[in-house]
Design a protein around this ligand. Structure first.
Ligand SMILES: C[S@@+](CC[C@H](N)C(=O)[O-])C[C@H]1O[C@@H](n2cnc3c(N)ncnc32)[C@H](O)[C@@H]1O
Length: 182
């Protein structure tokens, strides 16, 4: 075995271990842990369900669209690619923020991911909001909303505790999809 082969043999595992440690560090970063316990677990909406929800809320070309808690960026990608919306995601966890940015870049889609708590983001330019969050998160969002009724919000599975939906539809997988004007 020559000198360069020995270097490669040592360098490859070292690079792999550093890479794995970086991924683990980001995954267990404070923001990722916090979003898990205080927000909602990172479970993406199934693709066919997303299309059904976005059709139900009548998302149209050019609409300003936000996914509140965008995780893998799947909803943002479908809103951009299939509905031609001006789609953005808001994600608190560093891990999912970075992964969704890579995901969108690989698909060649132009869509912004904002790394923030969505409760702190000015959403006044939004036409349509998408949400798949825990009942606790729904409650916190509801408390922060004004009563202007100009933005459409579609929520997968969960409803607001103290607000009547405009419409409730059943998805292909038998889940409730709630449409609100907020
Ligand atoms: C159930 S997943 C939904 C993912 C995506 N919307 C979908 O339907 O495929 C919830 C995501 O919201 C994020 N999240 C929870 N609370 C948040 C907050 N206050 N601000 C921003 N992101 C939040 C979590 O990190 C997680 O990735």
């Amino acid at each position: 075995m020559n000198y360069s082969e020995i270097i490669i043999l040592i360098a490859l595992p070292v690079v792999f271990i550093i890479y794995a440690l970086v991924v683990i560090a980001i995954f267990f970063s404070p923001s990722s842990i916090k979003s898990l316990f205080y927000g909602a677990p990172p479970i993406p909406t199934p693709k066919s369900e997303i299309k059904c929800a976005l059709k139900a809320v009548e998302l149209s070309e050019g609409d300003s669209f936000y996914d509140l808690g965008s995780c893998t960026g799947r909803v943002v990608a479908i809103a951009r690619r299939d509905f031609r919306a001006d789609a953005k995601g808001i994600e608190y966890s560093l891990f999912w923020y970075l992964l969704s940015k890579i995901n969108l870049r690989l698909r060649g889609l132009e869509a912004e991911i904002i790394r923030k708590n969505f409760l702190d983001v000015d959403l006044s330019d939004a036409d349509v909001l998408y949400m798949y969050g825990s009942p606790m998160l729904m409650k916190r969002l509801e408390n922060g909303m004004d009563k202007e009724n100009s933005i459409k919000l579609v929520s997968y599975c969960f409803s607001f505790p103290d607000r009547e939906p405009e419409e409730v539809i059943t998805s292909p997988k038998g889940k409730n999809i709630f449409i609100y004007k907020i």
